[in-house]
Design a protein around this ligand. Structure first.
Ligand SMILES: CC(C)(COP(=O)(O)OP(=O)(O)OC[C@H]1O[C@@H](n2cnc3c(N)ncnc32)[C@H](O)[C@@H]1OP(=O)(O)O)[C@@H](O)C(=O)NCCC(=O)NCCS
Length: 175
C-alpha cells in the first residue's frame, strides 16, 4: 500500500462548496448518472455507469448509489451483497463496494472523501445487519488507495488478480 505524497493546497480549485449526500439511483437520477464518467485512463479501475448501472439495476443484490452535490449527481458506486458479490464478502451482512468514482470534472475537491464518510451509515440503512464493507483497488491506483485509507478502510492483506485490470489490494471497513 502506498502513502500518497501530496499537499492539501494542491487541489485544483479547492473543496467543492455544497452538501454531499448519497441516494439510490432511481428513475429521477438515472439519466444524469449515465452522463458521469471518470477520466478515460481511470475507466479500467471503476468502469462507467453506461456499463455498470444496468447490471446493478437488474440484480436485486446490487444497490446503485449516486453521489450528489447539492442534489445533483457527481459520482457513483454500487453496494453489492450476496453470493454474486464474490469471495471476499460473506453472503450476509457485508457489501462489496464497486464502481466507485467521482466525475472527472469534480475530482480532488473533497467529494470522494465526503461520500466515503457517508457510506457506512448509508449502507447500514440498506442492511441493518451490516458489519463490513469490502472493496478491491488496483495496486497502481494510489489516489484511490489513499482516499480509502483516509476514510478508515484497512488493508486485509488479501490480494486479487483481476482479469484485464492487474493486481488488486483487498481493503475492508468494519461498520
Ligand atoms: C478515487 C476517487 C473516487 C477519489 O475522489 P475525489 O473526490 O477525487 O477525492 P478527494 O478530493 O476527496 O480526495 C481524497 C484524498 O485523495 C487526495 N487526492 C485526490 N485526488 C488527488 C490527486 N489527483 N493527486 C493527489 N492526491 C489526490 C486528496 O488530497 C485527499 O487526501 P487528503 O484527505 O489526505 O487530503 C476519484 O479520484 C476517482 O473517481 N478516481 C477514478 C476512479 C477510481 O479510481 N475509483 C476507485 C476504484 S477502486
Amino acid at each position: 500500500m502506498v502513502g500518497l505524497a501530496h499537499d492539501t493546497d494542491s487541489r485544483d480549485s479547492g473543496a467543492a462548496a455544497g452538501e454531499v449526500t448519497l441516494a439510490l439511483v432511481g428513475p429521477q437520477l438515472r439519466e444524469r448518472v449515465l452522463e458521469l464518467a471518470p477520466h478515460p485512463f481511470q475507466r479500467t479501475w471503476s468502469g462507467v455507469p453506461a456499463d455498470t448501472l444496468g447490471p446493478a439495476e437488474r440484480d436485486p443484490r446490487q444497490h446503485p448509489v449516486a453521489i450528489l452535490l447539492d442534489g445533483g449527481p457527481v459520482g457513483f458506486f454500487v453496494l453489492h451483497g450476496g453470493v454474486s458479490a464474490g469471495r471476499f464478502v460473506r453472503p450476509h451482512s457485508e457489501f462489496l463496494v464497486r464502481a466507485f468514482f467521482v466525475d472527472a470534472t469534480l475530482q480532488h475537491r473533497g467529494i470522494g472523501s465526503r461520500a466515503l464518510a457517508l457510506m457506512p451509515a448509508f449502507a447500514r440503512s440498506l442492511d441493518p445487519t451490516l458489519t463490513r464493507l469490502v472493496l478491491t483497488v488496483n495496486d497502481v491506483n494510489e489516489v484511490a488507495q489513499h482516499a480509502y485509507l483516509r476514510a478508515g478502510f484497512r488493508d486485509t492483506g488479501e490480494r486479487y488478480q483481476r482479469p484485464g485490470a492487474g493486481p488488486q489490494f483487498v481493503l475492508d471497513l468494519p461498520v
